[in-house]
Ligand binder design. Structure first.
Ligand SMILES: Nc1ncnc2c1ncn2[C@@H]1O[C@H](COP(=O)(O)OP(=O)(O)OP(=O)(O)O)[C@@H](O)[C@H]1O
Length: 687
């Protein structure tokens, strides 16, 4: 069926659903039944058929665009190369001729201002009112007009040349002069709903009482009948929205856009907002009168732009022009459609109301898989109690960056059921450290100790253990190690044999060539080196960028930065070292958490005066107390160098800070260092 809009109304350009009734309701035979009833009104035409345009004019038919007349002048009229001084007059003459063709008496018209004429469409009604306001551009090249009579509302525009500059100017000029029409019910010839329409609503579970209380009417256009939703403020008619059998909507032109049902929310603290009049009526059936509907549907998507100033927020003026009615509203329940445009509308409304004031609903399932899409569907498929439940169970509108624990329940469940992996930490491989220190992905461990205490050796041994037990791979940024020496140390730990048969190997058997070759493959597969090839010092950002690449490309689970003082510290002159360290550790922690990568960061203690050989304190780390403040774990590696105090190969692993009690606690454990292979063991007999 073809559908045409009358002159006095404008189609809704929103994404409002235009499905046919038969598609959108469970009463598939409804449309058919309505058609069968057509004889009641017009024997030969279907009831609710297309809506005719206004009665034929005495003027020749004009090609209509949705907003009125455009066609006459938009034909491709060749534009003169240039216009002479007196061209304005000639343009204006052409324009006047065009306007006369559509019945305007332009004798008194003056360019550059609004002129008031008798409307050729409605002839000014009984009072012969000069209701047509026509603005003619100062250069006489274009005109735009509107009839302010409620019953007419004819509007249009024309221009002398298709690409006339003055055209857009005159259109703009007309806009502010468009005053909102005051509707009179008697002019619109609204009628109470006929029994058939009441029946149609009752099939959608909307009662006659609800229809009457909400002023739902009907209107005849020649031989057509459509539903009329009356938009009122303080009881006065502000606008009308029409709906035909095909679920096509249009509105009275040049009327103020307001929420439907506005009077129902005056003084209410809870306000429900829906996306259509039917939903507003459905809410009433579920016991909620404090509900309003937006007047013109939903946008296709959320705007990526900043909110415009109020006066430029044209699409949402209906939200700004009811501040009084919304004065008491402290809770806005957004119950727009469940489809993407409906959700975009919710977001746009929430942006304007303030998300902290907003709630949202979840539409329940109507069948095995499909969700209800709006309030009327819930009413029809599940009944009023279900709709009531939907509103009562409205949840807080999400605010970016503000969460509740429910948002994380999946993750917390996985933590509880230990399916996340290594949440209590991965064992270091030394049983006597199990209660003290375990490796949790995404944490930062600071390792310190006096020079030569074995910090680097112990970390290397730890990495070998983690690789052996869990297959973890690592990125190494070890500035003090030559690559070949670092390879030797790691291979010795892996093969458990010395690299050379040198003095340090004592009488231990050297690793064989096969063991060495196998070891090389393991080395290559397990460690990724972050090094500045030009002898420059790496800065932390550079290191973390490469570590990120190692995570993404090779799946590394750990990063070693050894040591802090070998990084290139580009500390700005106005920044203290404390501030600098704080920022650097924030970067490292962010990297660790984001990539679930454990970071070991080696930092030296400052020069200790009066040092008597004991392990240093974490607060002794050179640079800043932030090392201990910001890390998740703090470990001091210390070894005995006094033969009289005990075995000199004994190493103390002093766990001085553990933030996560699941992963360990403060304490100390002793390990024994095997000088030949670089291995550490908890049992001195294994040396
Ligand atoms: N418990 C130990 N007994 C004997 N020698 C050890 C022990 N621990 C480490 N070493 C030796 O000390 C040397 C330095 O070890 P390592 O590089 O791990 O120390 P470090 O604390 O990292 O030193 P620096 O702070 O200078 O970087 C190595 O030659 C290593 O073999």
């Amino acid at each position: 069926m073809r559908f045409r809009y009358p002159h006095a109304v404008v189609p809704l350009f929103s994404t409002m659903n235009t499905q046919t009734l038969s598609n959108s309701t469970p009463f598939s035979n409804l449309q058919k039944s309505l058609f069968l009833q057509t004889r009641f009104f017009q024997p030969k035409r279907p009831f609710f058929t297309v809506f005719c345009s206004k009665r034929a004019s005495k003027f020749p038919p004009l090609p209509l665009k949705t907003n009125g007349y455009h066609g006459v002048s938009t034909a491709k009229v060749p534009r003169p190369v240039h216009l002479e001084e007196n061209s304005m007059e000639s343009q204006f003459d052409i324009l006047k001729k065009k306007l006369e063709v559509v019945g305007m008496d332009t004798g008194i018209c003056v360019p550059g201002q609004n002129n008031h004429l008798l409307c050729p469409k409605c002839q000014g009604g009984d009072t012969l009112e000069k209701s047509l306001s026509i603005y003619i551009a100062p250069d006489g090249g274009s005109a735009a007009w509107v009839c302010f009579r409620g019953k007419c509302g004819w509007q249009g525009s024309t221009q002398v040349f298709a690409d006339s500059n003055s055209y857009s100017k005159s259109m703009k000029k007309l806009k502010p002069t468009k005053k909102k029409r005051e509707l009179k019910e008697e002019d619109l010839q609204l009628e109470p709903l006929c029994d058939e329409l009441v029946g149609y609503f009752s099939e959608r579970l909307i009662s006659k009482e609800t229809l009457q209380r909400n002023g739902v009417m009907q209107r005849k256009y020649d031989d057509q009948i459509v539903i009329v939703f009356t938009y009122r403020r303080n009881g006065a008619l502000i606008s009308c929205k029409y709906r035909d059998v095909n679920k096509k909507f249009w509105q009275e032109a040049d009327t103020e856009k307001i929420f439907y049902g506005l009077d129902d929310i005056v003084g209410e603290s809870d306000v429900i907002i829906v996306e259509g009049e039917m939903d507003k009526l459905a809410m009433e059936e579920a016991g909620f009168r404090n509900c309003i509907s937006v007047p013109d549907g939903a946008p296709p998507s959320v705007s990526s732009k900043e909110l415009p100033p109020l006066e430029q927020d044209t699409k949402y003026q209906y939200l700004w022009n009811c501040k009084d009615e919304l004065k008491k509203a402290s809770r806005i329940i957004l119950a727009t459609d469940g489809d993407p445009p409906g959700q975009a509308l919710s977001e746009e409304l929430a942006r304007r109301f303030g998300k902290e004031k907003c709630w949202r609903v979840r539409w329940p399932k109507k069948g095995k898989s499909d969700d209800c899409k709006d309030a009327n569907e819930v009413l029809m498929y599940l009944g009023p109690d279900a709709l009531k439940e939907v509103i009562e169970n409205a949840e807080l509108y999400p605010i970016r960056g503000l969460f509740n624990f429910r948002d994380y329940f999946d993750e917390i469940d996985a933590y509880y059921h230990r399916t996340l992996g290594y949440d209590s930490g991965l064992s270091t491989g030394w049983n006597n450290l199990n209660g003290l220190y375990n490796i949790v992905p995404g944490e930062l461990t600071i390792v310190t100790g006096v020079p030569n205490s074995g910090k680097s050796e112990w970390i290397d041994a730890l990495l070998c253990n983690l690789n052996q037990s869990a297959g973890w791979k690592f990125a190494l940024c070890s500035m003090e190690n030559k690559v070949r020496e670092h390879a030797r140390k790691l291979l010795e730990k892996h093969v458990k044999k010395p690299f050379f048969n040198d003095r340090y190997a004592e009488d231990a058997e050297r690793m064989s060539l096969e063991e060495y070759e196998e070891g090389k493959l393991w080395l290559n597969d397990t460690f990724y080196l972050i090094r500045c090839e030009n002898d420059a010092l790496p800065n932390i950002k550079w290191v973390l960028d490469l570590a990120k690449a190692a995570v993404l490309r090779h799946g590394v689970r750990g990063l070693v930065i050894d040591p802090y003082n070998e990084l290139d510290h580009q500390r700005p002159p106005n920044m203290t070292e404390t501030e600098y360290v704080s920022q650097m550790l924030t970067l490292i922690k962010r990297f660790a958490q984001h990539h679930g990568c454990h970071v070991w960061f080696v930092a030296h203690p400052r020069q200790l005066h009066n040092w008597v050989g004991g392990p240093p304190n974490l607060y002794d780390i050179s640079g800043s107390a932030h090392f201990i403040n910001k890390c998740d774990n703090g470990i001091v590696i210390h070894r005995n160098r006094d033969p009289e105090a005990g075995p000199v190969d004994q190493v103390q692993v002093c766990v001085r800070k553990v933030r996560n009690k699941v992963a360990g606690t403060i304490g100390e454990a002793a390990l024994f260092y095997n000088r030949v292979t670089g291995e550490y063991s908890e049992d001195d007999r294994k040396r």
